[in-house]
Design a protein around this ligand. Structure first.
Ligand code: AP5
Length: 187
């Protein structure tokens, strides 16, 4: 099973990833956390990504596509994965499909956590991570709103989009995701 989780800043992508990966028996990958770690460790990726990350801008597609292309080749991911925070552009969505195609794999479902920009802002500010300043969060929300319509269209037109009300309680959303995915697995 290969899933992606889409949603704006603070929509609950990481929260849901942490809960659903175990029952689905697949590895969870948080792209934002990979970037944070790379920046903290001053790796090649980290130094390239840092200026964009620090401003709340998207890291350029060529870097991200390379990261995912190499990352998904790891043997422990053979049984499946859940990718959180990727893709964020249509180029990333298309490239992900190209990579998977080479191995006769595909994205099974795109989980979309719907919340309003006001909730994205409120939750992100409440969390007070060091990169969650109001200015950066506003920029991330604006970028998200600009980029998400064609991505929803991309997965929607392929019958892969599973939208969920991201304002429900976290445990309710997890249950909804698990039962939808399990149901579709049986079909
Ligand atoms: P990233 O780290 O992915 O940040 P983000 O998209 O802003 O998402 P967050 O991690 O802030 O929120 P989340 O949706 O995971 O919510 P969470 O579960 O934590 O990306 C950071 C940066 O990296 C980007 O700005 C960009 O620069 C770069 N980047 C990343 N991916 C990239 C890509 N593909 N291409 C280019 N650049 C990329 O929840 C938030 C809070 O809400 C928590 O306190 C939680 O407890 C609470 N909460 C969660 N769910 C609920 C609920 N249902 N009800 C009430 N509270 C809830």
């Amino acid at each position: 099973m290969r899933l992606i989780i889409l949603g704006g800043p603070g929509s609950g992508k990481g929260t849901q990833l942490a809960v659903i990966q175990k029952p689905l028996g697949v590895v969870g990958i948080s792209v934002g956390d990979i970037l944070r770690e790379a920046i903290a460790n001053n790796t090649f990726l980290g130094t390239k990504a840092q200026p964009y990350f620090a401003k709340g801008e998207l890291v350029p597609d060529d870097l991200m596509v390379q990261l995912i292309r190499l990352g998904l080749l790891q043997p422990h991911l053979e049984a499946g994965w859940i990718l959180e925070g990727y893709p964020r552009t249509t180029v990333q969505a298309e490239e992900l499909d190209f990579v998977l195609d080479d191995f006769n794999h595909c994205v099974d479902y795109a989980i979309y956590l719907e919340v309003s920009p006001a909730i994205m802002l409120e939750r992100s500010l409440r969390r007070s991570r060091s990169d969650d300043t109001p200015e950066i969060i506003h920029r991330r929300i604006n970028n998200f709103q600009a980029q998400i319509p064609p991505i929803l269209e991309y997965y929607g037109s392929r019958g892969k989009l599973l939208p969920f009300d991201g304002t429900a309680a976290p445990s309710v959303i997890s249950q909804q995701i698990l039962s939808h995915v399990a149901l579709r697995r049986e079909v």
